[in-house]
Design a protein around this ligand. Structure first.
Ligand code: IDP
Ligand code: MG
Length: 157
């Protein structure tokens, strides 16, 4: 949203907010890693123009999942979500691209794969609204918070 603001001069353009919209955070979720879909999903992500800045294979503890999804703790599906997210390994990654947050949400499709547009990652790989293959940050602010949950400052540099 702020990424298109430029200062113009005779010889150059200076982006005033170079970090504003070019990073997002993703997880490949347990249904996808457990079903051997990780490579295909990473291919889709790279094919859509994202650059992987950092990536790790790890498994969430219950404390990790509860902290990561704290925003959803009052929702009826919170218990199901945290059980599911701890059930098998996940792949966490920082992705870079112009307009990363919005473009990645478009690439993955709607939360419920039954409603996800054809050709999106969730339409093609997700099992259900809970086990929906991938996470994608919903704002620049949350992308930064979520990335810092998994990666050190050195890994984010
Ligand atoms: P999002 O992942 O598309 O941003 P959110 O509403 O932020 O969707 O929900 C976070 C995650 O919680 C979803 O990706 C999905 O795994 C799970 N979830 C969302 N709604 C439901 C539901 O109605 N039943 C079970 N799990 C759900
Ligand atoms: Mg969300």
């Amino acid at each position: 949203m702020t990424g298109d603001v430029f200062l113009h001069s005779k010889s150059q353009e200076i982006n005033l907010f170079p970090m504003a919209t070019n990073r997002t955070f993703t997880m490949i979720k347990p249904d996808a890693t457990g079903a051997g879909k990780t490579g295909k999903i990473i291919d889709r992500i790279i094919g859509a123009g994202f650059t992987i800045k950092a990536m790790k294979w790890t498994q969430l503890s219950m404390d990790d999942a509860a902290a990561f999804y704290a925003v959803h703790k009052e929702r009826p599906f919170f218990g199901e979500l945290t059980e599911y997210m701890t059930s098998a390994p996940i792949v966490a990654a920082i992705l870079e691209k112009d307009n990363a947050v919005a473009d990645f949400r478009t690439l993955i499709g709607a939360t419920n794969p039954a409603e996800a547009a054809p050709g999106t990652i969730r339409a093609d790989f997700a099992e259900s609204i809970a086990a929906n293959a991938v996470h994608g940050s919903d704002s620049d602010e949350n992308a930064a918070i979520e990335g810092a949950f998994f990666f050190s400052a050195r890994e984010l540099a």
